[in-house]
Design a binder for this molecule. Structure first.
Ligand code: CU
Length: 342
């Protein structure tokens, strides 16, 4: 029998952010060399699919009014960094349960993660999206309410969906897109474990902000004895709305010439020099690097997720050593190039 879980939730249906510990602020100054992490780019099927608009017979109309957009260059959409630190109080040995989420998808005309204003798409008013954390064998029921002007679906990256193909969230393949002012509920059981992510799967729109981490605790996962367990989402960032870049990318004679990223983000944050964005509205006064609180001498797990569209990333932590526990495709471990860090 399924029961509603007991995880604390905000009115938006998002798990409460875990409390942070530690006393030392470690700043990752972006993307340097050490371990060449060639993470599988999620682009693949995400690009170019579902471009044809079609009706969504399974979706029912919403009665809720569309939330008003956030004022110009507001920063309130920036996710709390604590959202991406796993709470040690999460019971990874709990009996399987059903975990409920609500995703309200909205538009922000001028978000600016790095100071440069760009049209963004948000989940529950935040970027990146909320943490989804479950145990292997749990069921998820996630109601997606589309308050945007573009269609959408939510894809649960890396999940086999064996027997629940229709919950895969691949627009135009396993379901019709969820039309504006419509809703759709994903309902399936997680049969795998590990570090994953979820993202919109209608055209290129996840690149505009519709993604978040999906952590599935394995039943037989070893105890790594870490002092902290943190999520590090890295993605290439563009100062133009992805659907505005798409025609140029698909233009005749332009095959394979992808848009050049304007910046890279870690957990939705980075800095940028406004002088390098002529013609764009830019206010970098509140820009910041992603920060992770750690204690000297501690041992920390980082779950690195490439949530980007095109870019590979080289990731290092200055003056610290790193050990790769696992990667998405074990047979491709040769893609990791370990270098001494000291
Ligand atoms: Cu994916």
């Amino acid at each position: 029998m399924e029961t509603k879980n007991e995880v604390d939730r905000t009115p938006n249906g998002v798990t409460e952010p875990p409390k942070q510990k530690g006393n030392r602020l470690l700043i990752f100054g972006g993307i340097a060399t050490a371990i060449v992490v060639v993470l599988a780019l999620a682009l693949g099927l995400g690009l170019g699919l579902g471009l044809r608009k079609s009706s969504s017979p399974g979706a029912s109309p919403l009665t809720t009014t569309t939330p008003s957009s956030t004022p110009s260059l507001s920063t309130s959409y920036k996710a709390n960094p604590a959202d991406y630190v796993l709470s040690p109080s999460f019971n990874t040995q709990a009996a399987n349960t059903t975990r409920y989420y609500t995703f309200n998808l909205t538009e922000l005309p001028d978000g600016a993660p790095d100071g440069v204003a760009v049209r963004m798409l948000l989940i529950n008013g935040q970027f990146p999206g909320p943490l989804v954390e479950v145990n292997e064998g749990d069921r998820i029921v996630c109601q997606v309410n589309n308050f945007m002007t573009v269609p959408t679906t939510i894809h649960w990256h890396g999940q086999y969906q064996n027997g629940t193909n229709f919950m895969d969230g691949t627009s135009g393949i396993s379901q019709c897109p969820i039309q504006p002012n419509s809703t759709y509920t994903y309902n399936f059981t997680f049969t795998q474990s590990g570090t994953y992510w979820y993202h919109a799967h209608w055209s290129t729109t996840y690149q505009d902000g519709l993604f978040g981490p999906l952590i599935i605790h394995g039943r037989d996962e070893p105890n790594y004895n870490v002092d902290g367990d943190m999520i590090m989402m890295v993605d290439d960032w563009y100062h133009d709305f992805s659907l505005d870049l798409l025609p140029g990318f698909f233009a005749p004679g332009n095959e394979g010439v992808e848009p050049v990223p304007d910046n890279g983000l870690i957990n939705g944050l980075n800095v940028f020099d406004c002088d390098n964005a002529p013609g764009y509205t830019c206010d970098n006064s509140t820009d910041s690097y992603a920060t992770f609180n750690i204690t000297t001498g501690g041992r920390y797990r980082f779950r690195v997720i490439n949530t980007g569209a095109f870019a590979d990333f080289k990731i290092s932590i200055d003056n610290h050593s790193m050990e790769v526990l696992s990667c998405t495709v074990p047979s491709n471990l040769r893609l990791f190039k370990l270098m001494e860090l000291h």
